[in-house]
Design a protein around this ligand. Structure first.
Ligand code: CP
Length: 315
């Protein structure tokens, strides 16, 4: 594995999951593998889990880490080609990516969707420019359309908690006051389908995701029917893909409540975090024994460690 920007970069998903499980069991077993190597992390957007878990994973492998936030502690970057740079951006992404590639051995990039132009977001302009110009392996720390490190941790979590070989996994839209990208649900659907789970996606009309990510899933506007017999409920808000970036619904009846969880087969509750309490899900769900959100977040470390380890071992 060279880059890790999408499921398509993973040559063997089962092997990567096995490696993540190994990293969880014996995190200190590869403590000198990355000695003398540096991971650079570029955050165009805020982060708690991704920033800290990737840093921790790198440290466990003996890798040095440098993090930066363009426009805050490094120069604001211009991403368009052919423009007169007389505005706020002092440096072009072409030079920044190429220079960082000379300083570090692996680059992680967080670059969210802007939610104004679907074609531009789905072209992954920033991430792809780093892949093209850096000359070192690039890891997505959540891009405009995908969050593969989150998905790997999600699959590791489901594999640990599942009670049947092919669990019924429900991805449910839930209300939120702001327009959010589709990266997490896109990625979750893509990975859950690749795992062979029974994936049911439920959302209000107008929230259909890009079919390139959801082909193979059952899609329904009936949240109650979706929850019937569920083994896992993965809650997430996203803005409309087809009416791009728009909020079409804020119906609080889509919030995950104990009454809804009671329809399931004692399902575990999952969310990538951060979560707005009593918007996406009620306190009673988040604080119940069925909630595995903290274990899920903890699995971000072995997931990131497995990815870094796999990249290092391929070099
Ligand atoms: N789930 C996740 O990526 O969290 P952060 O945005 O805090 O990194």
């Amino acid at each position: 594995m060279n880059h890790f920007t999408a499921l398509a970069d993973v040559p063997d998903l089962a092997l990567l999951l096995e490696r993540a499980a190994e990293c969880k069991r014996t995190p200190n077993a590869w403590s000198s593998l990355g000695r003398g190597r540096t991971l650079g992390m570029v955050f165009f957007n805020p982060s708690l889990r991704t920033r800290v878990s990737a840093h921790r994973a790198a440290t466990l492998l003996g890798i040095d880490v440098v993090s930066m936030s363009p426009g805050s502690d490094t120069w604001l970057l211009e991403t368009r080609d052919g423009v007169v740079m007389d505005g706020a951006a002092a440096e072009h992404i072409r030079e920044a990516a190429a220079v960082l590639g000379r300083y570090v051995d692996i680059l992680g990039i967080r670059s969210f969707a802007q939610l104004t132009n679907r074609d531009e977001d789905y072209a992954e302009t920033i991430l792809e420019r780093f892949v093209a110009c850096a000359g070192v392996p690039v890891i997505s720390l959540e891009s405009a359309t995908r969050h593969p490190l989150q998905s790997l941790a999600d699959m590791l979590t489901i594999e640990h908690f599942k009670r049947t070989s092919r669990p019924r996994v429900v991805l449910s839209w839930a209300p939120h006051p702001k327009a959010l990208p589709q990266a997490v649900p896109n990625s979750f659907a893509e990975w859950a389908i690749a795992m062979g789970y029974e994936l049911v996606i439920t959302h209000p009309p107008g929230y259909e995701l890009d079919e390139r990510f959801t082909a193979g899933a059952t899609i329904t506007h009936d949240q109650d029917a979706a929850f019937d017999g569920a083994d896992f409920v993965y809650a997430k808000n996203w803005s409309s893909y087809h009416d791009y970036g728009k909020i079409l619904c804020q119906d609080m009846r889509w919030q995950i409540t104990p009454e809804k969880m009671a329809r399931t087969r004692n399902a575990y509750f999952m969310h990538c975090l951060p979560i707005r309490r009593n918007m996406i899900a009620s306190d009673a769900v988040l604080d119940s024994p069925s909630s595995i959100i903290i274990e899920q977040a903890a699995n971000r470390v072995p997931a990131a460690q497995a990815v870094l380890r796999t990249i290092l071992e391929a070099q």
